[in-house]
Design a protein around this ligand. Structure first.
Ligand code: ADP
Ligand code: MG
Ligand code: MG
Length: 667
């Protein structure tokens, strides 16, 4: 969850009174950073993944699986290696929202060699082993997007009772003790979001209506201590959830890339944006919430609603009186604007932004699109502030900027280089759901990183109106969207640049943008695998790229397995994790066709998840295999071969050029 500042959290009232202070200095900090670093270039591609794990405890005698609230002591041990040797450790560990979660990343980012693709899975395996090593015999780290019985009685070990009338969440279901206790940030965010909003967050997820599901599906929350707020907020035929933990207590899979300069970072940010819904659909893994089958397959809307701190005026439910903006989305949502000048025609959402801060950014020489983007992020209030961090030196600190930036949890994140580091301009790809096995997670990560190479090399163009990306994001979360959904996608992805008038228009969307003919509705299968002679498909393009670059045999073989998984998930030949879980529940003898996932079903499902993660069970309908020829180190011969390639590059024979020539010859 980004940067964790240490210190004592302020009350919401105090934080609110300092909101303008944080914004004012946050902007100054960004301007300072931008001026220092706008021309920073990096010739090495760096990238890395983030995987969030849940600690699950299996009580085999009682047939009960619970979340183990041990993250704090486990994390302390996990971080020892990093503390001992900050420059050389195999994995990096960070806390996450819940007391049952840890987040792991590789110890250092991967580089530009193709052979690095072969290290990802091995490092993920190692991370899983590192956690496992610190757990009891009946405990397991699972890379599970959502714990099916999250928020049910006794869903954690130890178990706690929720406190609906006091504490941070006031939840009927999710006790505050389940929030990570080791850092005050998480509780503070929870309390402040609730207080800013003026009521509890209200998450309503359509329930999956099975043969025997109550109809209408309504629940009585009075026995749980509801004072009427829950009953009013809950919609019929929906699963009602009322705490930040239901969203932020989900796990995800993220990838960060370093671009060679700010322009390339903005370009990649834009080009990956239309892919967010597609990869969300392909990675769908969370069909069950609070012990009930949902009619959605993905966590996204759950998290989005779980941190929605907008008041009624901002949400458009009351006239604007005391607040400044009508805001169309939660802080956790899809992005609202592209960042490159080639993309201007596709920025068709009315962007809400802070006009004063925008002018300040412009006056500082920052171009219109980037100024708008930052001023848009800065319509939000800071929702946690620490007393020690109020007064800062805007020429050296970036905490106020990061405060706002890191609580805009969007599908893509544009990351400026941190101060005093050797890091360049980066973008983060954030929509994907985490998969059960290291093999699958490595496949999704490698797929998306490889795609960035293909985009840059073949100068692919995926732009569609950003409002259509929003529609796609909603479509992606629907049940079985991979097999049944239709998504707007660009028909001709080989048209390197966008309409010529766009690049000349200085960031203003020209009236003449005529782009309605550029996109059409596609299935995920057609986007990924192609549609006859009409559309090449991302994987065939990727394979063309792989055919012309130098790859060692092992890496090629691993990458082929990964691509095969993605291809078959897209075609429906293999199931998404969400569909696989639904099938399991439907067939379980203790499931009564009433949408309820009881302890027994939960236990057996998680036991099978555990086996899939460990490679002990084979589920060929989910994945054809659970391990590749991944290695811990790149063989010296491969490094030597890559060194040769570097020499070739210097002689102006880059593999990128060769690949791009080959595309011209074949397209
Ligand atoms: P977040 O902003 O989500 O907290 P982190 O900064 O912790 O993300 O890192 C996310 C990923 O970025 C990790 O996998 C890490 O290895 C990788 N990473 C670290 N340095 C770089 C870099 N210079 N360029 C690209 N990725 C990097
Ligand atoms: Mg995280
Ligand atoms: Mg991240």
């Amino acid at each position: 969850m980004g940067l964790l500042s240490e210190g004592s959290p302020l009350t919401w009232e105090k934080t609110k009174s300092l909101a303008d202070h944080v914004r004012k200095h946050g902007i100054k900090q960004f301007i300072h950073q931008y001026r220092q670093l706008k021309n920073l270039t990096k010739d090495v591609l760096y990238w890395g993944d983030e995987v969030e794990y849940m600690l699950v405890k299996f009580n085999r005698s009682q047939h009960k699986a619970q979340l183990s609230l041990k993250a704090e002591p486990v994390l302390e041990k996990l971080q020892e290696k990093e503390k001992l040797s900050p420059d050389d450790h195999p994995s990096t560990w960070r806390p996450e929202y819940a007391a049952y979660m840890v987040e792991g990343t590789p110890g250092k980012p991967y580089g530009g060699l193709m052979a690095h693709f072969n290290l990802v899975e091995s490092n993920m395996k190692l991370r899983r082993e590192e956690i496992q090593h610190l757990l009891e015999e009946d405990e397991v780290p699972l890379s599970l997007t959502c714990f099916p019985r999250i928020g049910c009685p006794e869903f954690t070990s130890p178990s706690y009772k929720p406190t609906p009338q006091e504490g941070a969440s006031h939840s009927l279901f999710f006790p505050d003790n389940v929030i990570y206790p080791g850092h005050p940030r998480f509780r503070t965010l929870t309390r402040n979001i609730r207080q800013r909003r003026g009521e509890k967050v209200a998450i309503n997820i359509p329930v999956f209506k099975d043969k025997h599901t109550k109809s209408p599906f309504v629940e009585d929350y009075q026995p749980l201590g509801d004072d009427g707020e829950g009953q009013r907020a809950a919609k019929p035929d929906h699963i009602y959830l009322d705490a930040m933990g239901f969203g932020m207590g989900c796990s995800c899979l993220q990838v960060t890339f370093q671009a060679c300069n700010i322009t390339e970072a903005r370009h990649l940010y834009d080009q990956l944006t239309p892919l967010c819904p597609i990869l969300l659909s392909l990675s769908a893994a969370s069909p069950i919430y609070r012990g009930l089958l949902a009619d959605i397959d993905c966590r996204w809307t759950v998290i989005s609603q779980s941190v929605d701190d907008r008041v009624k005026e901002e949400r458009g439910e009351e006239l604007l009186k005391n607040y400044r903006y009508r805001i169309n989305k939660s802080r956790y949502d899809s992005i609202d604007s592209y960042l490159s000048y080639d993309s201007v025609c596709y920025n068709d959402i009315d962007l809400v932004y802070d006009k004063e801060l925008f002018s300040e950014l412009q006056d500082a020489g920052i171009d219109k699109l980037l100024s708008q983007h930052i001023a848009h992020l800065f319509i939000r209030d800071p929702i946690s502030l620490f007393s020690e961090k109020i007064d800062q030196d805007d020429t050296t600190d970036t905490d106020h900027f990061e405060n706002i930036q890191s609580t805009n949890w969007q599908t893509m994140r544009f990351k400026p280089p941190p101060p005093n580091s050797n890091i360049g301009w980066r973008v983060e790809f954030r929509p994907m759901e985490v998969q059960l096995s290291d093999f699958e997670n490595a496949a999704y990560v490698v797929f998306i990183v490889l795609l960035t190479r293909v985009i840059l090399t073949f100068k692919l163009n995926f732009l569609i109106p950003i409002s259509k990306v929003d529609e796609n994001l909603i479509a992606a979360q629907k049940r079985d969207s991979v097999r049944e959904g239709k998504f707007y996608f660009r028909k001709d992805v080989l048209t390197g640049s966008s309409p010529p008038e766009a690049s000349e228009c200085c960031g203003e969307r020209p009236k003449c943008c005529n782009i309605e003919d550029e996109y059409d509705l596609f299935s995920v299968d057609e986007i990924i695998n192609g549609k006859g002679s009409d559309f090449p498909g991302l994987i065939p393009l990727m394979n063309m790229y792989l055919d012309v670059i130098d790859v060692d045999v092992d890496t090629r073989c691993t990458v082929a397995q990964y691509i095969n998984l993605i291809s078959k998930r897209a075609s429906g030949e293999l199931l998404t994790t969400a569909r696989w879980m639904r099938n399991f529940v439907a067939k379980h003898p203790s499931y009564h066709g009433d949408s309820v996932v009881n302890e027994e079903v939960n236990f057996d499902l998680l036991e099978l998840c555990r086996k899939v993660s460990a490679g002990e069970a084979s589920c060929p309908e989910l994945s054809p295999c659970y391990s590749s020829r991944t290695t811990e180190d790149i063989p010296p011969a491969v490094i030597k071969a890559e060194a040769k390639l570097q020499t070739k590059k210097q002689a102006n024979m880059t593999h990128d050029n060769r690949a791009s020539n080959s595309l011209k010859a074949t397209s």
